[in-house]
Write a protein that binds this ligand. Sequence first.
Ligand SMILES: C[S@@+](CC[C@H](N)C(=O)[O-])C[C@H]1O[C@@H](n2cnc3c(N)ncnc32)[C@H](O)[C@@H]1O
Length: 378
Amino acid sequence: METVDLTMFLIVKSEHGERVHGLLKHEGWLDAEVEPRHERPGEIGFPLTAAAPTDDLADWLKTTASIAGFVEAHRGQRRPSVDPHRRLRRAVNTWLDANDLALDGASLVPTKWEKLGDLALLSRHVASTEEWAIVCDHADAEALWRAMADALNVGSLGVQAPIADDTFRSAQVDMLLGESDVAFTDHGMTYTFDAAKVMFSSGNITERRRIGNHDMRGEVVVDAYAGVGYYTFPMLVHAGAAHVHACEINPASLAGLRAGGEANGILDKMTVHEGDNAVSLAGLKGVADRCHLGLLPSSEAVWEACLLALKPSGGVLHIHMNVEEEHIDTWVNKTVQRFTVLSEHHQRGFHCEALHVERVKWFAPRVRHVVLDLSLRP
Ligand SMILES: C[S@@+](CC[C@H](N)C(=O)[O-])C[C@H]1O[C@@H](n2cnc3c(N)ncnc32)[C@H](O)[C@@H]1O
């Protein structure tokens, strides 16, 4: 634990501890960042804030609560803060002081980050300042990265860059410390992948859970954009799907998909189709009870192939799309119409019905990531 400068403590008998703690807290005189002292048996010392009237405190305590006490100065022990923002601020300021740098600490403190197992990915905004560039070039920069990682209780640290606008939707990460390989458990499922090569949207957690809550017992499912198993795993582990055909093109995601499948003990219920789903879906006609179409901004490229992937008995499609808030209803109606036309065109004879529209998250101002659950039944 970190030692702090001299702090004033109000020492009272332990039996009065709870009462005095309450009184000091009520007055705003208790310094919550410093540990209380238990130096002498039967006594407790409460650390005081600068606002406390230390000269008159003993008299005040006597008058207010008929409790005897006295004030003493000691070196305190700083309490590890439960607030990671505060811990980060402290890490940055301590490092700046140690290196005699007169930089604006506030601009160096990350305000947003994403934790993936033992890795914290800082939002890229923090890395856009001049101060950040100076720190990156500093000979002792690693000590700051380590202090920030400690503040966030992780071993590895990176800065997130925008998701690449490529087919793979690759992650772009500048690693500052440690490894980009991650493994973590989410809702009872293990995900494991190289976070520098694969994007993982923690914000889709509600959708992963919602998909896992469907009853898919006995069903064969096609996951057209399987990634590292974002939806394949909940469908097998929680929803009870009998088998998932998982299509994926990115070699880094394929490695994560297989490793996660193994870690979750479901590899025997997965067929991994490597490469472009335009090719793999052509070989999956009439096999599925359900298809998952999880690509943003649009999964339209596989709408037709997924309609054809359904068994003659039909099934359900989960269609992801980014849609402007005010156009969601129109988009749903148009999508239902489009599938009706496609179904007629391919003589599938399905009746198309929107079962549910899930608003997953805001993708951009006014633009929502939505999922349409579409039923297609004869
Ligand atoms: C955006 S990711 C899925 C992200 C996920 N929805 C989440 O919650 O984080 C989409 C995946 O589809 C894969 N993909 C894109 N185009 C593909 C294609 N034509 N065939 C197969 N997989 C493809 C990408 O490599 C990526 O792993």
